[in-house]
Every structure is written in C-alpha cells, then in structure tokens.
Design a protein around this ligand. Structure first.
Ligand SMILES: Nc1ncnc2c1ncn2[C@@H]1O[C@H](COP(=O)(O)OP(=O)(O)OP(=O)(O)O)[C@@H](O)[C@H]1O
Ligand SMILES: [Mg+2]
Length: 232
C-alpha cells in the first residue's frame, strides 16, 4: 500500500496588523508561513504580545488577515463566506482556552457533548458517544455532576474532552495550562498530547512556557511576525 502524509495546515504569507490609538499600524504577523502534517503536534512560543493569540484566531478564521491565506485540508479558510466558515469550524476545529470556558449551568456530560449537538447529532447518539469518552477517563460517574465544584485541572480535562469529542482535524490550544499549578500543568498537557496522538488530531499549542514547549516534537518561536523552528 502507498502511504502519504497529508498536509493538514498550510499557512502562506500571513500578514496582520492592527491600527493603534496613535494612528500607527502595528504589524503583528509579517508574511508568516507554516506547514503541518496530519497528526503533527507543535508548540509555538513567543513573548507576550508577539502575536500568538492573533495567529490562532486567524487559523480558526475568527479574524481577517491583511494578506496571505490559511489552508486547512486545502480549503482556504480566510476566503470562505462566513456561513461556510462557521460550518467548517464546528466540524473540523476544537479549541482549548486558558480559562476553560465551561458552561456552569450545564453538567459535565452536557458540556462535553456540546460540539455534537451543534453538529446536529441525534441526542441519544451524542449522549452515548460522550459517555463512552467520559468512561475512558473515569468520569462517567460524574457525568451528571455540575462542573462548578471541579478543580482547575479537572475543568481543563473536561474542556479538552469537549474539544475532541467530535474528532476534529485540528486542536488549537491557547495557553491551555496557563491557569494551573506546576504539577498539574504537566499532567493536563500530557492528557491533551496523548488524546490528540491517539485520534491523529493535529495539535497547535501556544504557550509562554518553555517547559511546556519542551514536551512537543516540534517547537516554533514566534518573533518579529514570523515563525522560526528551532531548539529552545
Ligand atoms: N483587536 C486588536 N486591536 C488592536 N491591537 C491588537 C488587537 N488584538 C491584538 N492586538 C495587539 O497585537 C499584539 C499581539 O497580540 P496577541 O494577543 O496576539 O499576543 P500574544 O502573543 O497572544 O500575547 P499573550 O502572551 O500576552 O497572550 C499585541 O501588541 C496586542 O496589543
Ligand atoms: Mg495570547
């Protein structure tokens, strides 16, 4: 059989600037390029303000670029009409935030199955898939609990399960362990890395932490609007 690694993410010449109060333009991304294969896992490190979140927003199609394009599975994300973009995002993307963004009025099961509901899975199927996923991580008995009393590490695990439940092509994680204490950071990051590996989901994590970045096979440094690959 003939195997060929598929390119999942291809970013070409991405440029983004913001108008500043003083009337000047701040160029945050300056002709940035990147190519990632299916299932690849990368960390992007950079100083605060270097443009890490801006880059993730553009990959998700949540902002407009000045120039350049983001191709995911060869589809140009930034040129899609907004409705198509939204549909694409629901199906292909999972996002993990620093502050979890769980919905406190929903229980653990409902939080995790949310992406399946948005994709119009039948209720029962969505429930079964989610319970199966929760069961694999010893969380089935807590499925109907409120997420309110969970610890930070537990909340982020639940948020990670929500990000993978619909088996997206890509996970974008913005400082996913930034709000956790040191011992929990490693555990939660390992959880995310292992899940994505098992599901062959391409993972892009941005972080300040060189320690967290050191857990990845490939590390890029975002500096002066471009990505340099290298050793930390
Ligand atoms: N909507 C906006 N309008 C104006 N300036 C913005 C906007 N969004 C981001 N910026 C500026 O662009 C630069 C990059 O911001 P960004 O949030 O991408 O940095 P970051 O690397 O994620 O930083 P941090 O590590 O602190 O999260 C910053 O100087 C920020 O002030
Ligand atoms: Mg940021």
């Amino acid at each position: 059989m003939f195997f060929r690694e598929a390119t999942v993410v291809e970013i070409k010449g991405l440029t983004k600037s913001f108008q500043q109060a003083q009337g000047q333009r701040l160029v945050v991304l300056d002709g940035l390029s990147l190519a990632l294969q299916e299932g690849e896992q990368v960390a992007i490190v950079g100083e605060s303000g270097s443009g890490k979140s801006t880059l993730l927003h553009l990959i998700a199609g949540l902002d407009k670029a000045d120039a350049g394009e983001v191709f995911i599975d060869r589809s140009p994300i930034l040129s899609m009409p907004p409705s198509e973009q939204a549909r694409w995002r629901r199906k292909n993307l999972g996002i993990v935030f620093q502050f979890y963004h769980l919905l406190p009025e929903l229980n653990l099961l409902e939080n995790v199955m949310l992406p399946l509901m948005l994709l119009n899975y039948p209720d029962e199927q969505a429930r079964d898939m989610t319970l199966e996923l929760l069961g694999r991580f010893g969380l089935k008995k807590r499925a109907y609990d409120s997420v309110y009393g969970l610890s930070g590490g537990e909340m982020q695990r639940v948020a990670i399960l929500r990000a993978v439940v619909h088996r997206p092509r890509i996970i974008l994680a913005d400082e996913p362990t930034g709000n956790l204490d040191l011992s929990m950071q490693d555990k939660v990051m390992r959880f995310l890395i292992d899940l994505c590996r098992e599901m062959r989901i391409t993972l892009i994590t941005v972080t300040h932490s060189r320690h967290i970045a050191g857990m990845f096979e490939r590390v890029f440094v975002l500096e002066r609007g471009r990505l340099g690959e290298g050793l930390l």
